[in-house]
Write a protein that binds this ligand. Sequence first.
Ligand SMILES: Nc1ncnc2c1ncn2[C@@H]1O[C@H](COP(=O)(O)OP(=O)(O)OP(=O)(O)O)[C@@H](O)[C@H]1O
Length: 346
Amino acid sequence: MTENMKRPLLAVEDLTLALGLGGEEFNALEHLSFALREGEARGLVGESGSGKSLTLRAILGLLPPNAVVKSGTMTFDGEEFDLARQSNRSERRRIERLRGSGISMIFQEPSVALNPVIPVGEQIVDAVLRRDHMTKKHAREYAIHLMELVGIHDATAKVDAYPFELSGGLKQRVMIAAAVAGKPRLILCDEPTTALDVTVQKQILSVFTHLRDELGAGLLYVTHDLAVVAQLCDSVTVLYSGNVMESSSDLRAVFDHPRHPYTEALLRSTPDVDQIGRRLYSIPGSAPSLDERMVGCPFAPRCEYRQDDCGQQRIPDLSKTPERTVHCLHQVEKRTLDAVLEEETS
Ligand SMILES: Nc1ncnc2c1ncn2[C@@H]1O[C@H](COP(=O)(O)OP(=O)(O)OP(=O)(O)O)[C@@H](O)[C@H]1O
């Protein structure tokens, strides 16, 4: 691993994961590596089916029964875990122990995480008491403080409410409060704002920024939305069909100068308010399903810069800088071509 390796809080290295389907195995993640420092927010970006959720589930030890980790290690806070040994009981237990203590997860749907028959405050109190020894009274006060921290204004009035009495945005905030109650070092977020309207989404994103500053936690934020990444993250890993296309500890550098054609295409297809009235680019074709994946760059069939060799081998990291990973054979030629075109049109 090269990128961002100064004592990372989390480092995932060479994760390859297959899924069993109808008696056959298909790779859903291939040689995935990335790292995250304390206090850093990294966006894990890709279209539907690119393997974002499976990555989070592998980190948490919550894989579906038909998943087999072929290779991969994870280092969390200096402790190494062999992800390929999750079927081994003691290794699985070690990974499971991270859940709720070192690592917390925030889901897209609050109903997955919140118990409908228990008042929301009590659910946060339970999470506080799992981590800290304090009286129930103090835990309740702390729960109210956390509810305020995530932007629930009348927290004292809401603390005894049941989930069904709260709006979607408020439930999402409660879930975030419960997730941070155990003072996790790392928060994994699986598209937690996708189901919310834009205003609430913005408010929740600013809650994350605030929490990151306040608690110093690392954030691994899964989304298909680059606009969300732009607002929240410092670094980015772009996934396509279970492979890293481009990854960098410097988000700005990727947004200003994408080097992988897929990153460039994703950026072109992200709406921008300055472009009202202009037709939005959409990437032609669709991502292959698990059983359609072939050798070579998985994006090649949709790539406007593809050449014959793109489909012939596993594409190595050709970034040539320690801060960046770019798996594309022709990134340099493409960028040179861009420069020529720019010169011709100027
Ligand atoms: N248990 C499973 N059995 C079979 N296929 C699965 C299973 N879980 C995930 N997959 C497939 O693995 C691929 C990656 O899934 P994953 O849920 O990680 O994608 P994702 O990037 O999170 O997508 P989305 O944004 O739609 O949630 C997809 O093709 C998905 O259909």
